[in-house]
Each structure stands twice: as C-alpha cells, then as structure tokens.
Design a protein around this ligand. Structure first.
Ligand code: GLC
Length: 565
C-alpha cells in the first residue's frame, strides 16, 4: 500500500487542563430571519428559534450565535443597527429574548450575540445628533472636510466597492462608511464611543448572554491621519473594486488591538463568557487578535477553509498546518467552513463532498462554527429579482457575490414552506426536495443530518477529538490524514479528497469508529478501502464514552507523542 509522507510530523502537543465550554463545544450560527417564523409573517423570529430549542439540543451543539437581532432599517440586513439595546420588531421583544435565553440555558446551550461596533445605521439617533457640528456627539463619527479641490478626504474604497465617503450638509462635511453609506463608521478614537459600546455589551451580558461575535474587529484601528491607501499592484478588472487598493491605512492598525483588549476587558467582567471576532484576514494576521498576552479575542475567526480555492488533500493539509504553525502558544484554534457571507458548502464544493467536509470540520483541533442548514446539505437558493425585498448592498455593485442565496429559510418539514412559516417566506427555499428537510433526514439513518449528529456525538464523547492535540500523519496520495491525541486515547482521521479509492491501514486493536459512507469495516481488519470522497475515523472502540468534562483536569501531555497503536 502506498504510504508516503509528504509533510513530516508536526503539531501542537497541547491539551487544555480544564477546557472551557467554548473550547470543547460546537457553535451553531443562526440567521434569525431564516430559522423559524412563529408569528406567521414570512420572517423568522426569536419565538421561532425558541420553538426549535429541542432541535438544537437534539443536534448536540453547545452554543448558538445569532446574527444581529437589534432594530435596524435593514440596509445590510441587521448589520446596520439603529438601537443597541432593543430587539428588531420583526424578531419580537425583549421578553421574547429573555424567554429564548431561558429556553437555551435550560438545555445547557449558550447564547452568543453579534456585536457591530465599527458602524451604526445612519438612522441611529447618535448619527442624527452628530450631524450638528455643535453637538457633543459630532465627534462620534468620522467627519472630515473635503480636499482643497472639493474632492473626498482620501481615496479609501468601501467593502461594497464604492468610495468610502459621503457628503452631507449639514454639517457640510464628508463622513466615512467602510460599508454601505447607510452604515457610517463610528469614531473609535473618541473614548465616549468606546464607552457607549462597552455599556451596550453590559446591557446584554447582564441579561445572560454568554458572549459576542464581534463584527469586523480589525477595522477598529484606522490610521489616525487617514492617509491614502496605496494601489494594489495585483489588481485587475476581474477583481472586485474593493481590492483596488491595499487597505494598509484603513484597517488592522495597532489601535485595533487596543480596542480589542478593551472589548475583552468588558467580557472579563463576567465569568465564563467568550469573545469571538470576525477576522477576514490571512491566518497569520488574524491570529494576532488573540493578543500578545492572549488578552484580545478568545477566538479570532479562522477563515482559511471558507476562502480555500481548491479542495484537494494537499491544499487542505497545507492550510491546517499553516494555521497550526502561526497560532500563538496557548491560543485556542477554531475553524469554520463559511457563514452568512460565503456560498453554502454544498454549492461551493459540490454535494458529493459535503459529508467529507462535515467530518473535516468536526474532527480538526479547535472549536467548529457551523452555519444553520449546512447539516442538511442545503445548496444556495435561487433568488429571482422579483423576490429581492432587501437587496444585498454587496451585490448591488455587480462584481461581488450576492449573499441572499446563502440566507434562505431553514427547511423543517414536508409541509408548506418546508415548515418555516405559515406565510410565504421572505426568501425562496433552497430546495423543494422533501429529503432536504429535517423531517426527511431524521428518519434516514444514512442522511447528512444523521452523519452530522453522529460526528457531534463522537466528538463530545472522545476527548482526543474534542480537545486533543493534532499532528499530520503519512497518507496515500489524495488523502489528508491526521491524528488527534489525548492522554485518554487517540484517533486517526483519514479524508479522501480524491475521486478514486485509497487504502489506509487500521492499526491492531483499532477499528473504524465512523465513516462518512456509513459502513463499518469488518472486525480486526488491517486495511480500510476509502471510496472517493469518503472519510473515516479510526480508534479504539473503548476510547469512546470518555465524556469530556469541563472541570476534570486531564493532566499534562508527555513531551513526545508515543507511537500509534
Ligand atoms: C461583516 C458581516 C457582514 C456585513 C459586514 C458589515 O462582514 O459578516 O454580513 O455586511 O460585516 O457589517
């Protein structure tokens, strides 16, 4: 059998002594407009999410991250907030929110809210006040005079692709918007702004929220002089206009780290809370947001897989090793395949590889974040122009991905509107196949949903998978193989990214614990033939069932990893 190592062995021999809930857990992202509509208006809501709390518990996930639920004119579907201390009327009330927190906590599920500190809506009362140059809030946003020739204060381009400044009179100045003009940037150089956001965080933490996912954290540090960004020499017509400039002065400056630390300090005022941060940066830069003293985000999101251009074993292995290599000592890793801004995995990698990606995400070292509906293998929806009530500002400029198809309703049952709503859903369903529903897949033991659930359960029951160390191991061509190691046991994971079959060895005393193909190898087999796009987890049968408890110290690892078997 071919067993060539092209990578050697490396990895982090580090296991947390007392893993926190967010280290051993799985985070599940819900797009609130699209999970379940209890009020019958075609738009998902908080009461709908509460109705589905038992589903979340059945799945076995540990924490829910909700995309923004605050009042918003929905220029960027909730990422333009007009009040940081209330609930969007479409989603319910603060009472609904409290009831949701209680329902999740009763089931041992944590709740993480999206926090959008870089910008508000232009309909936020702070922005109205700031338009008055005499107002105490004038300096809460980034207002500047134009250049002497009347042009914009600098050459920055917004993430949605147009110039990042808009002129308003009053006050007769330009304001900065890193996204849509309806999302003016707050002035984070102003301590009052920082305090206002910190207080908004406390408002929700006091209500029992278990943490935040901080939107575009790296944008909180801009060049104090707002200097022009230099041109990007690699830009060409086929790339989006937001990439025309190298964004060296408009983001990721040293101040972003001070601000990250200040947000973390608020989190740390409360016990057992988590700070996650959006970080669409190359991993080497993203991990700096753990903080030099691990005092910034607990988990700056790792988008390496979300942005992977090709899904080969070599490409995936290289990303995993590169991330492991740059992760600072003591920092806890995390992985996601995508979120509400990326095409759904079934559409990105093809339905035939969905099961393999489930196994990849749920066996890597680090907290997985899962996007609702991917557990059914939902594809992107087709959204006809007539259905676009809330156009995506990113798509409006024509060059970038329209994110609406990624945000279609969760599919629950074979009933009308897939059980999402009694009324016509705000976006079309991604599929009218009854098998693409929770009801359809729950009954089918071979379904993607049941594979997801088995993987979740196995991860929780196997300390090596939940919190163990990682190392790459030799693999046949086209296969990505790694080992997860823990004092309580070890497992090997083999993921065949190729089309053709490949053989891997099964060490003595071990067996196939789970395969994406749903088959078991015969007892005491020495080899396993992986089919194309099949993944398998191999371990000792008795290693299962050692529950990962938060409070139980697992003891230090030996300094070298003993040989397998
Ligand atoms: C983040 C969000 C995205 C939003 C943007 C502006 O990238 O994930 O959906 O458009 O921030 O708030």
């Amino acid at each position: 059998m071919e067993r060539t190592s092209r990578t050697g062995e490396r990895g982090k021999l580090w296991v947390p002594d007392e893993p926190t809930w967010w280290q051993r857990g799985i985070v599940y992202q819900i797009y609130p407009r699209s999970f379940r509509d209890a009020s019958g208006d075609g738009v998902g809501d908080l009461a709908g999410i509460r109705e589905k709390a038992d589903y979340l518990a059945w799945l076995g996930i540990d924490a829910v991250w909700l995309s923004p639920i605050y009042p918003s004119p929905d220029v960027d579907l909730g990422y333009d907030i007009s009040d940081y201390r209330d609930i969007h009327p479409a989603f319910g009330t603060l009472e609904d929110f409290d009831a949701l927190v209680a329902a999740l906590h009763e089931r041992g599920i944590k709740l993480i809210l999206d926090l959008v500190p870089n910008h508000t809506s232009d309909q936020h009362p702070w922005f109205f006040e700031s338009r008055d140059p005499e107002s105490a809030r004038h300096d809460w946003y980034v207002w500047r005079e134009g250049r002497p020739d009347g042009s914009r204060p600098n050459n920055w381009v917004s993430y949605f692709g147009e110039p990042a400044w808009r002129y308003l009179d009053p006050p007769g100045k330009w304001y900065l918007h890193s996204f849509d003009p309806g999302q003016p940037d707050l002035n984070w150089d102003n301590p009052q702004v920082q305090e206002a956001i910190h207080d908004a965080m406390r408002f929700w933490l006091d209500r029992g929220v278990d943490g935040f996912r901080v939107d575009v954290l790296w944008l909180l540090g801009k060049d104090p002089e707002l200097r022009d960004n230099p041109p990007n020499p690699d830009w060409h017509d086929a790339l989006p206009s937001r990439l025309m400039l190298n964004r060296v002065h408009s983001e990721d400056g040293p101040d972003a780290h001070d601000r990250a630390r200040s947000l973390r300090a608020v989190i740390d005022e409360y016990p057992d809370r988590v700070m996650i941060a959006e970080m669409v940066l190359p991993p080497a830069r993203a991990v700096t947001y753990h903080g030099a003293d691990l005092d910034e985000a607990h988990m700056p999101h790792n988008f390496a897989l979300a942005e992977l251009p090709e899904w080969t074993a070599d490409a995936v292995r290289a990303e995993v090793e590169a991330y492991e290599a740059v992760l600072p000592e003591g920092a806890w890793p995390n992985w996601l395949l995508g979120d509400h801004d990326f095409p759904r995995i079934a559409s990105r990698v093809g339905p035939e590889r969905v099961r393999l990606l489930h196994m990849l995400l749920l066996t890597l070292r680090g907290t997985p974040t899962w996007y609702y509906g991917d557990e059914l293998g939902l594809p992107n929806a087709v959204v006809p122009p007539s259905k676009v009530g809330f156009p995506d500002p990113q798509a409006a400029l024509g060059t970038e991905l329209d994110r609406l198809p990624v945000r279609s309703p969760m599919q629950w049952s074979r009933g009308p509107n897939a059980g999402f709503s009694e009324a016509e859903p705000w976006l079309p369903l991604a599929s009218d196949n009854p098998a693409m529903t929770v009801e359809g897949q729950r009954q089918d033991s071979d379904s993607v949903l049941n594979l997801f659930r088995s993987l979740v359960r196995l991860r929780k029951e196997t300390p090596a998978l939940a919190v163990g160390a990682y190392r790459t191991v030799p693999a046949p061509d086209g296969v990505f193989s790694f080992e997860r190691y823990h004092p309580d046991g070890r497992v090997q994971v083999h993921l065949n990214f190729g089309e053709g079959p490949r053989e891997v060895e099964i060490p003595e005393d071990q067996e196939v614990v789970l395969s994406t193909a749903g088959k078991a190898a015969p007892p005491r087999a020495e080899r396993l033939e992986l089919r194309g796009h099949e993944g398998a987890i191999i371990g000792r049968p008795e290693q299962r069932g050692g529950k990962v408890k938060g409070s139980r110290p697992t003891g230090p690892l030996p300094s070298t990893v003993p040989p397998s078997g």
